[in-house]
Every structure is written in C-alpha cells, then in structure tokens.
Design a binder for this molecule. Structure first.
Ligand SMILES: Cc1ncc(COP(=O)(O)O)c(C=O)c1O
Length: 503
C-alpha cells in the first residue's frame, strides 16, 4: 500500500469525532487506529506497510511516534517485520475481529442462559432445584420472619460504636481460635445455666450461624457418600448443607416424641451423622421425649456416629423453662450442639455457635479457620456486652410476650374458624405453628399459592418431606404480624383453607 493511501485512511480514522481514543497520547492513538483498521479487515493479511519514515511524513507525526506504534503492533503479532523487505500485516491475527456495533449490541442483550444453557454440576443442580425458602416474600405468616420493631437499634449502635472508637486494632483481625473469647465465655455460661449443656468456653466455636456449623460438622466428620439421617419432615437449610457435603440423606419419620426410627432403622441403620431438632422439631414442633433421647444416644454410642443437635429457637418457650438439651444427657461426647443468634437478635447478624466435644477441638478450630476465615470480632465484642449487660435477656423476655400474644390470637382465630377440621401442632414454643389438615390429600401447595396471591406467605408442609408427603398442612409464622393485625389476616387465610378443605 502506498504511504499516502494508508495515511489518508489513518488520518480519517485518527480524527474521527467519535474516535474513542482521542484523549490518548499520539503514539497510543496511532496504535489503536492501526490495530482497529487491521482487525476490521481494511488492511488485509500480507499488505506491506510503508516505511516508518514515509508514514511519519504523510501523517505529520514524529518518526518516534510511528515507530512506537508499529513496534507495539509487531510485538503483539498484528504486524510481521521481515528483515530487508519491510513490515507486513500478519496472516494470523492474535485475536478476533471486533464485532460490528449491531452485533455487539445484540450480544449484550442476549441472555446467555437462554441462548445456550450452561450446565451446573450435578451437586449444583441438586442444591438449587426447587429451593423451598427462596420463593416467598416476607409478609404475614412467613415462617422464620421475626419482629424487628422490638430490636433496640440505638443501644446496639452504641455498643458497636464503643468498640470502633476503642481503636483496638486486634479486633480487625481474623477470628482465630474459635472466635472472641469473652463471647465464648458468655455463651458457655448461658448454655450451662439455661440449656443444661455441658460446656467449657473453649468448646464454643463462633460460626456464622447454623448453616455454617452444619457445613463444618459435615465436612469434618463425614465423607462423600456417607449416610446421614434427617428428620422427615425436615428443615430445608439442614438438608441443603448435608447434601452439599455429599451425604446420602435417609429420611426418618417423626412422631409426637420426635425422630422415630423404625425397628429396621435401629437394627440395620449405619448413619455417620444424625441431624435432629429435639427441643422443637422443625417444622412439626414436637419435643423429643426423654425415652427417645436416651434411645438415640444409645444408638449413636453403639454405631459410633455423630448427632447434630440444632437448637434454633428454644429461647421462645411460652410456659415453663426451656427443655434441657440432648447434649446434656450425652455420656459419650457424640453430640454437637448448635445455636444461633438469628432468632433472638436478627438473621442478618450471621452469628451462631457450635459446641464441640473436647477431643475434636483442634480439628474444628483448624477447619473453621481454614475453610471460612472467620472474622467480625468487633460485632462479637458488641454482642458480648449485649449479653453480659443483660440486654439479650430483656429482649428475649419482650419478644416472648409479644410472640405469645400473636400466637394465642392466631390459634384462637384458627380454632374458631376451622374447628376440628385442623389440628395445631408445635405451638408451645418458637415462632411458628404447624396447621395439620385432618382430611387426606388436601393440596397444601395450592393453598399456599392462593395465600401468596392475597399477600400472605404460608409454607406447605408437603414441601418439607423428602419423598412422598405423609401429611398435608401449612407452616405459619406468627412472629412477624402484630397482634392487632392478626384477625383480618387470619380471617382471609381461614377462608381460603375452608374453601380448600372437603366438607
Ligand atoms: C430449624 C432451623 N435451624 C436453624 C435456623 C437458623 O439458621 P441460621 O443460624 O443459619 O440463620 C433456622 C432458621 O429458620 C431453622 O428453621
């Protein structure tokens, strides 16, 4: 190509009003323009470039500027210098031609997932298939939703500000050694007094909640393909964490005494881990009987398997003291006891604890640190004060009163409207109750959808079963709805249920 032909082409490009590189230094602008010209096919492979001297003259640039651009393009493979015969456009370009503006606009708009589905791993597909919890809004009767209005935000702000003001830089570090020791001391005291947990502060590991406690326990104590027993029906979060660890889940029936393995299960079962909610079975709400607790502990001792006790909401027991923990009865250090601040503080705090048998501590400390790099020591310090200064107890007492009134109101309305067509289960403690339909085959999914359409969130019991649902009903959370707002919502809901139940 003659020098002035190329110069003309380049000059037009260089001085185009919409040249995106117009603010760059001249050598960079020339480089970009030449490169774009090559990629657009306007300078084809094999084309010989004029000498840098000629090009500099015709472009009215210094020779150094031209040489800088040309040598950069040669280094990147766009141009090839042949000794003695000049510089040529290469015949294999280092990257692809740019797309036309319309083609790139189309690409931006395209949804790659629709156009060409990307495959999840088998585990990913299993874990994300029909998540039970993700499909509902937080609105009246949403299980798990709590009352934020009672939370003393200003006090909480003050406690946190105190630590940020203290300039204690150690609190900015990773949470090594299982978390902030004063918090572990406070939790150990609380658990031994009110939950009859046998615990020293060293045994308390601060985690980011039950989900992480389960993940850690499953990863450290079980292998891929091992069997885990789960209650049936069971909490989704637990199921997901155990599946993510590669465990084969065996659903075990639940009766009014809690998890109820069959005679065959007791004789032939070989689980590596058993997940239970003894104080308030989730979602049916039963309390595990002493006899069943003893049987389970005996079985775990014989089979040398682990029990994961998820004690997620026993602070909210409405009459009498909270039930003692299963861990407190354990003579063989086989129970890992887990608690959470999601219900008594707020879910987004992401703080919980796992009480670990002493001989497992070195492994669990290392595992916690290496797998998750825990932190949030400032938050843990503020929480310590919140507990030790008595604010947590005050908050729990206030919430208990509020939740009890809401539960009473909801239960009364349901009984009045639906009478013996339903049973209410698990209402002695916690934040939800389980409404069981006395008629078989009621479509609880359809009722949940109809409720959703009317601005309520209720969960169909059938969703909590692994395999065929054995009972139909609805899980109703009452913690979120102030007492005075319960009647109109309850009326709407009962009407829907009445329409769906056979006469
Ligand atoms: C049975 C059960 N365990 C634990 C939790 C709390 O989990 P996390 O501590 O991960 O927030 C919940 C929350 O709804 C639950 O229902």
């Amino acid at each position: 190509m003659r020098s002035y032909d190329l110069a003309e082409l380049l000059l037009t490009e260089l001085h185009r009003a919409d040249n995106p590189h117009h603010a760059a230094p001249l050598n960079r602008r020339l480089y970009q323009t030449l490169r774009g010209t090559i990629l657009a096919g306007r300078l084809t492979a094999g084309t010989q470039l004029p000498s840098t001297r000629d090009l500099a003259r015709d472009l009215d640039l210094s020779r150094n500027t031209v040489m800088s651009a040309v040598s950069q393009l040669a280094a990147e493979g766009y141009l090839t210098a042949q000794q003695g015969s000049g510089t040529y456009v290469s015949d294999t370009l280092p990257d692809q031609r740019p797309l036309s503006p319309t083609a790139s606009a189309k690409l931006r708009q395209a949804k790659p997932v629709d156009a060409n589905p990307r495959e999840l791993s088998q585990r990913g597909a299993l874990l994300t298939h029909s998540s039970g919890s993700a499909q509902f809004e937080v609105q009246p009767f949403a299980p798990g939703a709590i009352e934020f209005a009672e939370f003393p935000i200003q006090l909480w702000q003050k406690l946190q500000a105190k630590y940020w003001r203290s300039l204690d830089r150690d609190l900015l570090d990773y949470g090594q050694e299982g978390g902030y020791m004063p918090l572990r001391v406070a939790i150990a005291q609380y658990l031994s007094l009110s939950r009859s947990v046998r615990v020293t502060p060293e045994q308390v590991l601060i985690t980011s909640g039950t989900q992480q406690s389960l993940d850690l326990a499953a990863r450290l104590l079980t292998d891929h393909g091992d069997e885990a027993w789960v209650e049936n029906p069971c909490y989704w979060g637990a199921r997901r964490a155990l599946q993510a660890a590669g465990l084969k889940l065996k659903p075990i029936d639940v009766d009014v005494e809690g998890i109820a393995p069959s005679a065959t299960d007791w004789q032939q079962g070989r689980p590596r881990l058993i997940y239970v909610t003894p104080s308030h079975q989730y979602p049916l709400g039963h309390v595990m009987s002493l006899q069943r607790r003893r049987a389970l502990l005996r079985f775990a001792a014989q089979q040398r398997c682990w029990i994961f006790e998820d004690d997620y909401d026993s602070e909210f027991r409405f009459s009498g003291r909270p039930f003692a923990s299963l861990q407190g009865l354990d003579e063989h250090a086989q129970v890992l006891y887990s608690g959470t601040f999601s219900k008594v503080m707020y879910p987004g705090i992401r703080l919980g604890y796992l009480v670990v048998p002493t001989d497992l501590l070195p492994a669990f400390n290392t595992g916690l640190y290496d797998l998750y790099r825990p932190g949030q020591l400032m938050l843990q310090a503020a929480l310590t004060d919140f507990i030790t200064e008595g604010h947590l107890n005050t908050l729990i007492r206030r919430l208990r009163v509020a939740y009890q009134a809401r539960r009473d109101e909801l239960a009364r309305r349901i009984q009045r409207c639906l009478g013996d067509r339903v049973q209410i289960s698990g209402q002695e403690s916690g934040l939800h109750l389980c409404l069981l339909f006395n008629a078989p085959d009621v479509d609880d999914e359809a009722i949940a959808r109809a409720a959703e359409a009317q601005g309520m969130t209720v969960r169909p019991l059938s969703r909590y079963y692994l395999g065929a649902p054995q009972q139909r009903g609805l899980i109703l959370g009452y913690a979120y709805v102030p007492t005075e707002r319960v009647p109109p919502w309850a009326q709407k809901l009962c009407q829907l249920i009445r329409d769906a139940l056979p006469d």
